[in-house]
Design a protein around this ligand. Structure first.
Ligand SMILES: *Cc1c(COP(=O)(O)O)cnc(C)c1O
Length: 464
């Protein structure tokens, strides 16, 4: 047999514009794609992302066992769907639902699906209440802050709901109860609050916002639900700060989402949506299908989906328990605090989230050292570290920062190397001043860049 690396597969471009006429050997195909994927960043060094990059071998084995299962086939795979149910109720317990047996919820592809489904339920409940009272239903609005994830804007856009987005302040990156009170009215379907904000990693003052909405309910009769976006913080706060009230202990909190694939410590794609109780999920949003046998309720955007990550979630719940999650969360927070302290003690940086609501460190350059965070991000990339640089949303758009997300597979040993690389990068960039040699950001291989490279090499090449 011809050696794989001597075959034509290794001599020709992968053509992304033509459906292949003939196939190739399985081993060759594997080797070709396996080597091409090495162009990607290394997952563990990708400090841009919250999404889990390490699981135990036993969990991976369980995932492998379930790869052939389509999760929607509840009738055929009752054990798999029982696991989803169990996760929902366990989360109800973790989030202090008055009665964990009464919560309803669903495993989703991620928090984005969970947030859209949750808000859709609140929109429908609002509409039903208004219709019953004979009031107009044509002007729904949703109130949240600029510190939220893009999915909140998507919801408003996709589902025709007026977005009342509270801007950031140049020096304050979460919303306040006063700002929320100014925005809400009888047409507010929900207020969105975040536990672990996307841009900074802080928490909105959820209890204060709840208390204000309770007062507004007494004064105006508007019963406005809170949806808590706990995508990243939902699996941190219950373990790191059990007394922090962000959840169903607060009267107006009607629904919570959390990303199983972030600090739930599961590989991508699993998220969770949990309602306080079944009254928060209007029945007419739940469809019943019978063509898989039996009658099954479904409340999701996707139909078919993999079942493996749901099993992997229950694996973690059983394997770790509160004690195990608490230990891992404490370690990640200690490592993040170490980064915080080291950076704060040095000359270059100012920390933006000293409070550490989650294991995320956001920081900006002190003064103007002649280079910026984008240069630094590029330099770190040369060492394999992926540390994103970005600016905050309005009205804090002049703040340019770097963000390091500490995950389970980032050890103190690696962090110390990262800190040294960061220090070296600053020193080198400073040496290159003055003359302010602003270097363009390094070329990063993106799918369009790979396709353009292919296009270029194909031009002038005769096809036969
Ligand atoms: C990651 C994140 C989301 C989106 O969650 P996915 O699981 O990636 O769909 C929403 N909100 C916040 C605060 C996030 O951190």
């Amino acid at each position: 047999m011809q050696p794989i690396h001597g075959t034509s597969a290794f001599r020709t471009h992968l053509d992304p514009f033509t459906f292949p006429e003939h196939g190739m050997e399985a081993d060759t195909t594997y080797e070709l794609l396996h080597t091409t994927l090495m162009l990607d960043g290394r997952e563990t060094l990708n400090l841009a992302s919250f999404v889990t990059t390490w699981m135990e071998p036993q969990a991976e084995k369980l995932i492998h066992d379930s790869l052939r299962k389509n999760h929607i086939d509840h009738e055929e795979y009752p054990a798999a769907s029982l696991m989803e149910e169990a996760c929902v109720h366990m989360l109800g317990d973790l989030f202090h639902a008055p009665d964990p047996a009464e919560v309803v919820g669903v495993g989703t592809i991620g928090s984005s699906e969970a947030i859209m489904l949750g808000l859709l339920a609140h929109k429908r409940s609002w509409r039903d209440r208004r219709q019953e009272a004979g009031l107009p239903t044509d002007r729904p609005n949703v109130v949240f802050g600029a510190e939220t994830h893009v999915v909140w804007d998507k919801f408003a856009n996709y589902f025709d709901v007026e977005m009342r987005k509270i801007p950031m302040k140049p020096d304050r990156y979460v919303i306040s109860a006063d700002e929320v009170a100014e925005q809400v009215d009888e047409n507010t379907i929900a207020v969105g609050v975040v536990l672990g904000t996307t841009h900074i990693g802080e928490a909105d003052p959820i209890e204060e916002i709840n208390d204000r909405l309770v007062r507004i309910k007494a004064e105006h009769g508007w019963d406005i639900p809170i949806h808590v976006d706990g995508a990243s913080g939902g699996f941190i706060a219950p373990f790191a700060e059990p007394d922090l009230k962000f959840d169903f202990r607060l009267e107006q909190v009607a629904s919570i989402n959390a990303s199983g694939h972030k600090y739930g410590l599961v590989y991508p794609g699993v998220g969770w949506l949990v309602f306080r109780d079944r009254t928060k999920l209007p029945e007419d949003l739940v469809f019943s299908v019978n063509y898989l046998g039996g009658a099954q309720p479904t409340f999701t955007f996707n139909f078919s989906r993999g079942s493996a990550m749901i099993q992997a979630q229950l694996y973690n719940f059983l394997r770790l328990g509160r004690a195990g999650y608490s230990e891992i969360v404490a370690t990640m927070l200690a490592n993040a605090r170490h980064i915080n302290e080291q950076l704060a003690a040095g000359d270059w940086f100012e920390i933006l989230n000293p409070g550490l609501a989650e294991p995320v460190v956001t920081f900006t350059l002190k003064g103007d050292p002649g280079f910026d965070v984008y240069h630094l991000s590029g330099r770190l990339r040369e060492h394999g570290w992926i540390v994103p640089a970005y600016s905050l949303p309005p009205d804090a758009e002049d703040v340019h920062l770097l963000r390091i997300v500490v995950r389970i597979d980032l050890s103190r040993q690696m962090i110390d190397v990262l800190l040294r690389d960061l220090e070296d990068a600053c020193a080198h960039l400073a040496e290159e001043q003055p003359g302010a040699r602003k270097r363009p950001a390094p070329d990063v291989w993106t799918a369009p860049a790979l396709m353009a490279a292919h296009q270029k090499s194909r031009t002038g090449q005769r096809r036969d």
